[in-house]
Write a protein that binds this ligand. Structure first.
Ligand SMILES: [Fe+2]
Ligand SMILES: [Fe+2]
Length: 399
């Protein structure tokens, strides 16, 4: 069983799991930790200290910071008008936005109890493995404070005051506000189904926000916007797939919920890929090198540090269920990469430096190499075992 599980884990590791440096350095509460902090890309210092009781259960260690040369900050400052005209147009006015309440029983209405009863009847047909995927997606959305923080680590575009009037800052706040509805809606829906252990889920969210994330974007907006482009497309795909599955189980309301969230993700993907398209126009060499850098490091999933207080490999197990159900797979990872490489016309770039040419060659063949590796891993992989998930009251779920 252990070796079979390792094989399955390997194919997920290919694309879905956190960077090796992150995983290697996890420590349980009560242990002594050793960590390294890099203040510049070239200097790394280490220190040892006792683990504090409030320290996050998942920690990241070696981190590169501020890797973008300071002169390039000016590029982003000079793009503020461009961002106002080309980025903010992808936001929807609040008055025209859907709200979670539009898809949930109205607690003020006479028919509230009947509506809840119907919802629970429909949800009875939903299998546990699908619930695990939906809960994992919901927890990912609920860690939104981390993602706003991440955007505000980026040099040249961060919201310097919390209410900064720059177009970059306006975008980040409004994007966060739009995203905030996703976790709210999924959370309330799952609560009403009565099928999942809300306390365990809430604990997982608390742990996850406490741990943060390690996207390895180095305060560098080139890397940051490549990361968000990838992630918005990844969430568009996974919410689209959970919508499709919900329809198959006969829960059309849930299908509608996942579908409406997926459509937001698509709009956000359009906006973030437009920023990177602009960077390719202004600085093709720097941008192609940044894209290759992110892909070499592998795009870690935003919730890769999740923990429920019980399962030390919770994210890996959730990813395996998502992979098996086809909600988000290693193939999707390759498809997203290929989509972005085409979207940004990476193959057509000319006049690149030696490093830029190397990055271009690497990127143009990467998707097919990932697919081949995945096929090989799939053909070797035998049926994985089951795993109890605290989110569904410890019931065993096929990995
Ligand atoms: Fe979202
Ligand atoms: Fe999103």
């Amino acid at each position: 069983m252990a070796s079979r599980m390792a094989l399955r884990l390997n194919d997920v590791t290919l694309c879905l799991s956190p960077p090796i440096a992150t995983r290697r350095c996890r420590r349980r509460a009560g242990s002594v930790r050793v960590f390294a902090v890099a203040s510049t890309p070239s200097t790394v210092s280490t220190k040892v200290e006792d683990k504090k009781p409030f320290a996050p259960p998942r920690e990241v260690h070696v981190q590169v910071t501020h890797s973008m040369p300071p002169q390039k900050i000016e590029i982003f400052k000079s793009l503020d008008d461009w961002a106002r005209d080309n980025l903010l147009t992808h936001l929807k006015p609040v008055e025209k936005c859907w709200q979670p309440q539009d898809f949930l029983p109205d607690p003020a209405s006479e028919g509230f109890h009947d509506e809840v009863k119907e919802l629970r009847e429909r949800a009875k047909e939903i299998p546990d493995d699908y619930l695990v995927c939906l809960v994992g997606d919901m927890i990912t959305e609920e860690a939104l404070p981390t993602y706003q923080t991440m955007l505000n680590t980026l040099d040249g575009v961060r919201d310097e005051t919390g209410a900064s009037p720059t177009a970059w800052a306006v975008w980040t706040r409004a994007w966060t506000a739009e995203e905030n509805r996703h976790g709210d809606l999924l959370n309330k829906y799952l609560y009403l189904t009565g099928r999942v252990d809300m306390r365990q889920i809430e604990k997982t969210i608390q742990y996850l926000i406490g741990s943060g994330m390690d996207p390895r974007t180095e305060n560098n907006p080139y890397l940051g916007f490549i990361y968000t482009s990838f992630q918005e497309r990844a969430t568009f795909i996974s919410h689209g797939n959970t919508a499709r599955h919900a329809k198959d189980y006969g829960d059309l309301k849930l299908a509608q919920i996942c579908g409406i969230i997926a459509s937001d993700e698509k709009r956000h993907e359009t906006a973030y890929t437009k920023i990177v398209e602009k960077l390719f126009e202004i600085d093709p060499d720097g941008t192609v090198v940044a894209l290759a850098d992110m892909m070499k490091k592998k795009i870690s999933m935003p919730a890769h540090l999740m923990f429920d207080g019980q399962d030390d490999k919770l994210f890996d197990h959730f990813s395996m269920v998502a992979q098996r159900l086809g909600v988000y797979t290693a193939r999707d990872y390759a498809d997203i990469l290929e989509f972005l490489v085409n979207r940004w016309k990476v193959a057509d770039l000319t006049g690149l430096s030696g490093e830029g040419n190397k990055a271009q060659d690497y990127l143009c063949t990467l998707a097919s190499r990932i697919r081949k590796l995945d096929e090989r891993a799939q053909s070797r992989a035998k049926k994985a075992g089951t795993m109890p998930f605290s989110w569904v009251y410890g019931r065993e779920v096929q990995l």
